[in-house]
Design a binder for this molecule. Structure first.
Ligand SMILES: Nc1ccn([C@H]2C[C@H](O)[C@@H](COP(=O)(O)O)O2)c(=O)n1
Length: 241
């Protein structure tokens, strides 16, 4: 790709006068919310999140796998291979889907969609069906061979609950708390550090005074063309090392 093509490709991406194009689509957003909820799970092996959405794309329930209220997760077991069932987590842990349904913030969940990291077990399938949820979007069906999953699918099929494996466009979505500090108008973003090319392009597309603000004191005149700008940025960056 020649320089001018690169310029216009990057320029369009950073054009602050046009609607963003790389925003999350609804399904990606809701599945990401489920995965974010999973970050709250204390399960050392498997962290699962679930997010319930109504027909207006409003989140009406969210949950993750964890011990019931009042059952101290420092005292109840997280093991899974103890000889004694009472010493394993399975008898106690609430699944993400159950918690999402129990945490619901609207009267009923009729016609809602549930987004969940792992395919629901048979016990959660019963809760999902009885709650009125009509669609399940899941990421992983790694336990497809298990009896509990086969039973789930039998009940979903019989009751008309659709289940669809979700394939996201973006395999990774990064949450960078520093991003909110970016100032696109005159000052270059402080995080994440952009390479020179991106800094140049961001500046050329964002303001006409052709200067890159390096910090609250220094700015660099980047000339009027792509090569000058890149050289100026590189020189200043080198000085700052
Ligand atoms: N659909 C599911 C499946 C599993 N979970 C939870 C229940 C446990 O905390 C954990 C599974 O443990 P593993 O056997 O993988 O060590 O995941 C859930 O919440 N929803």
């Amino acid at each position: 790709m020649n320089a001018s093509t690169i310029f216009f490709t990057i320029l369009h991406k950073f054009d602050v006068n046009k609607k963003r194009e790389d925003y999350l689509e609804w399904d990606e957003y809701f599945m990401a919310m489920a995965f974010l909820a999973a970050k709250r799970s204390k399960d050392p092996c498997t962290q699962v999140g679930a997010c319930i959405v109504n027909s207006n794309n409003v989140i009406v329930g969210i949950g993750y796998n964890g011990m019931p209220k009042g059952c101290n997760d420092d005292q109840f077991p997280w093991s899974k291979q103890s000889q004694s069932q009472l010493e394993n987590k399975y008898l106690y842990v609430c699944h993400a889907e159950l918690n999402a349904v129990l945490n619901k913030n609207q009267g009923n969940l009729s016609d809602c969609t549930l987004y969940v990291g792992l395919f629901p077990c048979n016990e959660c399938a019963k809760v999902i069906i009885q709650s009125g949820i009509k669609k399940v979007m899941y990421m992983s069906d790694k336990h497809a061979h298990k009896i509990s999953t086969i039973a789930s699918k039998k009940m979903f099929d019989a009751s008309g609950v659709k289940y669809i494996q979700f394939t996201p466009k973006k395999r990774k979505i990064i949450i960078d708390f520093d991003e909110i500090n970016w100032n696109d108008q005159s000052q270059l973003p402080t995080s994440p550090p952009l390479d020179n090319m991106s800094r140049v392009m961001r500046t050329l597309s964002l303001n006409n005074n052709r200067s890159v603000q390096f910090n609250d004191k220094e700015s660099v005149n980047i000339g009027s063309n792509f090569t000058d700008a890149n050289d100026a940025i590189a020189k200043k960056s080198q000085e700052q090392l």
